[in-house]
Design a protein around this ligand. Structure first.
Ligand code: CAA
Length: 257
C-alpha cells in the first residue's frame, strides 16, 4: 500500500510508522489521519505484528494539527464534520503503540503522542500545547489526556501559557516513559516494542485494556475489571506455558493462544 504522508514498514514483529511531511514539520492534516488509521488497521490485522512504533523526524515528531488546513474554516464547517473526532479512532488501536519522540511534539503532535501507550523521548524532545496562542484550545484530547498524565497544575501551566517543556521536565511531570540520548531513540523504542511483541498477545492486549480502564472508572470497578481479565488468562495455553517454563527454568514459547 502506498502512503503519501507516512513511511510504513515492519522490523521483525514490530510495525514501524514514520510521519513523513518534512516540509510542514509533520503537521497532522486529514490525509495523515486517514493514512494513520489505515496503517494501524493493517498492523492490527497482521498476526505477525505484536506492537508498533510511531515516530516522526529528528526535528519534529509533529508540530500540531495543520494550521493551514484549519485557518479558513468556520464554526459550521468544523461542527458539521465534527473536526478532530476521527482521532478518537487512532487512540482506540488495540495493539500497543510506542511513540518515539524527537524534536517538536506540539499541539496535535503532543496529543498524538499521548494517544500512544509509551512515550520514549530523545533529550531533544519538546512538548507543548500552544493552541492558546492561535486563539483556540487543544482539540485532539490535550485538555483531558495531559491533565490525566501530569495533573491539573502542570496541565494548566502548559495549556494556558502555550509554553514548551523539554524532555527532562516532561519526564519529571510523568508525561514521558523514558528519556534517551538522540542516537539511542529508535533502538530503544524498537527494542521495547520487540520485547512487547515477544510476549503472549492476549496478556499484552488485556494489560493495555486494563491500564486504560484505570483512567475511566472507579477503583472498585477497575479492580473488578482487572481481576476478571486476570482470571480469563487462565484459559490460555500461554498461561500454562509461561508458568511451567518458569518452574522448569527455561524460556517460554508463547503461541498467542
Ligand atoms: N501546521 C501547518 N504548518 C506548520 C505547522 C502546523 N502546525 N507547524 C509548522 N508548519 C510549517 C511552517 O508553516 C513552515 O512552513 P513554510 O516553510 O511553508 O512556511 C514549516 O512547517 C517549518 O516551520 P517553521 O518555519 O515555523 O520552523 P521553525 O523552526 O521556525 O519553528 C515551530 C518551529 C516552533 C514548531 C513552529 O513551526 C510552530 O510554532 N509551529 C506551530 C505549532 C503549533 O501552534 N501547533 C498547534 C497547532 S493547532 C492544533 O494542534 C490544534 C489541536 O489541538 C487539534
Amino acid at each position: 500500500m502506498a502512503y503519501e504522508t507516512l513511511i510504513v514498514e515492519t522490523r521483525g514483529a514490530v510495525g514501524l510508522i514514520t510521519l513523513n511531511r518534512p516540509q510542514a514539520l509533520n503537521a497532522l492534516n486529514s490525509t495523515v489521519l486517514k493514512e494513520l488509521l489505515q496503517a494501524y488497521e493493517a498492523f492490527q490485522d497482521d498476526d505477525a505484528v505484536g506492537a508498533m512504533v510511531l515516530t516522526g523526524s529528528e526535528r519534529a515528531f509533529a508540530a500540531g494539527a495543520d494550521i493551514k488546513e484549519m485557518q479558513p474554516l468556520g464554526y459550521v464547517d468544523v461542527y458539521s464534520r465534527d473536526l478532530m473526532s476521527g482521532w478518537d479512532d487512532v487512540a482506540k488501536v488495540r495493539k500497543p503503540v510506542i511513540a518515539a519522540v524527537s524534536g517538536f511534539a506540539l499541539g496535535g503532535g503532543c496529543e498524538l503522542a499521548m494517544m500512544c501507550d509509551l512515550i520514549i523521548a530523545s533529550e531533544t524532545a519538546k512538548f507543548g500545547q500552544p493552541e492558546i496562542t492561535l486563539g483556540v484550545i487543544p482539540g485532539m484530547g490535550g485538555t483531558q489526556r495531559l491533565t490525566r498524565a501530569v495533573g491539573r497544575y502542570k496541565a494548566m501551566d502548559l495549556i494556558l501559557t502555550g509554553r514548551m517543556m523539554d524532555a527532562a521536565e516532561a519526564e519529571r511531570a510523568g508525561l514521558v516513559s523514558r528519556v534517551v540520548a538522540p542516537e539511542r531513540l529508535m533502538d530503544e523504542a524498537l527494542e521495547a516494542a520487540a520485547k512487547i511483541a515477544s510476549l503472549s498477545r492476549p496478556s499484552v492486549l488485556m494489560a493495555k485494556e486494563a491500564v486504560n480502564r484505570a483512567l475511566e472508572t472507579t477503583l472498585d470497578e477497575g479492580l473488578r475489571f482487572e481481576r476478571r481479565l486476570f482470571h480469563s488468562l487462565f484459559s490460555t495455553e500461554d498461561q500454562k506455558e509461561g508458568m511451567t517454563a518458569f518452574i522448569e527454568k527455561r524460556k517460554p514459547t508463547f503461541k498467542n493462544r
